[in-house]
Design a protein around this ligand. Structure first.
Ligand SMILES: O=c1ccn([C@@H]2O[C@H](COP(=O)(O)O)[C@@H](O)[C@H]2O)c(=O)[nH]1
Length: 304
């Protein structure tokens, strides 16, 4: 995954990942009306709304970005139909050549982690291997330690997939645990050291590991320190845009070659039409494209 991601970032000259986090409130009225008319007030109607919305945005931006990050929570709240929309969104994005990061934030004991790792390892039924989810990478919560991560690392090596493990998250309350001092060292630094160590077990060929870290855009000082501490760890950086993170804060998150991070924006891109006075509701995907181009230019301005 990591080599493919780096090559895609180079090809597009854009380290932007579009977060596919649709909500009911975000769906344009004309799509809502059509789906409610066809499927009634059902989870299937919402799943179809999400799919139509996502596909239109992917069609508009796929050649400008390396990657998308669907957030599973937005889909799974609608049950089986929601999960179908999640899986079909992934398949559609992959068919357009995008690297797909499933934001699933899993973490459990080894036996359960082995089942969760099916997201990237697929499943085997009577000797037949099936890749049901198809994410290229998933996000993980490291709170339960190595045995909860190990099955995913095996999947990375067996199937060229990747991980992004929470190290320093973008949200305000993350510091309640992550900034606690352990032997005088913040817990996020201890986590960073573990993630770097685990990363050695699945190195790509371009200097970065398949095992990346989630480092929020909203904690600039910590992000810069983590870049130095984790030279072979690729960062997935959420918090840009809607959460207040800015490109200028990310200058030193990049490595000396202008590589090493991918920056997520979800609401700021896919709901851009709700704030863009130059577009109609029907042009929601064009507004998303404009937001992608603005974010690309913004990030290019600080890449070395
Ligand atoms: O530290 C983290 C880890 C994950 N996220 C996820 O990223 C997106 C952010 O959405 P925006 O609309 O761009 O704020 C969302 O899926 C979060 O669950 C994060 O924000 N921070």
């Amino acid at each position: 995954m990591i080599d493919q991601l780096i090559n895609k970032i180079k090809a597009t000259q854009n380290p932007t990942v579009v977060g596919l986090d649709p909500t009911y409130a975000m769906i344009p009225t004309f799509i809502k009306e059509e789906m409610l008319e066809t499927y009634g007030k059902t989870p299937k109607a919402v799943a179809e709304m999400f799919l139509q919305f996502n596909k239109a945005i992917i069609d508009e931006v796929h050649d400008l970005i390396p990657s998308v990050k669907p957030q599973i929570a937005m889909y799974e709240q609608y049950g089986l139909e929601g999960l179908r929309a999640y899986i079909e969104t992934i398949a559609y994005a992959k068919a357009k050549g995008l690297v797909v990061i499933g934001d699933v934030k899993r973490g459990d004991i080894a036996s359960t982690a082995a089942a969760y790792a099916g997201h990237i390892a697929g499943v085997e039924i009577e000797g037949v291997h099936m890749d049901l989810w198809q994410e290229d990478a998933v996000t993980l919560n490291p709170y339960m330690g190595f045995d909860g991560i190990e099955p995913f690392i095996k999947a990375c090596n067996d199937y060229h997939r990747g991980l992004f493990i929470l190290v320093k998250t973008s949200n305000p309350s993350g510091k309640e645990l992550q900034d606690l001092l352990v032997d005088g060292v913040p817990l996020y630094d201890k986590t960073a050291d573990l993630v770097s160590e685990w990363g050695e077990l699945a190195m790509g060929t371009m200097g970065y590991s398949e095992i990346g870290a989630v480092v929020g855009a909203t904690y600039k000082e910590q992000g810069i320190e983590l870049r130095k501490r984790m030279p072979h760890t690729f960062f997935l950086v959420p918090g840009y845009g809607a959460q207040g993170g800015k490109a200028e804060d990310l200058k030193d998150y990049f490595d000396k070659d202008g590589n090493g991070i991918i920056v997520n924006s979800s609401r700021g891109i896919i709901a851009a039409y709700q704030k863009d006075k130059e577009v109609t509701e029907k042009e929601f995907a064009i507004a998303a494209k404009k937001a992608v181009l603005a974010m690309r230019d913004d990030l290019q301005g600080v890449m070395r």
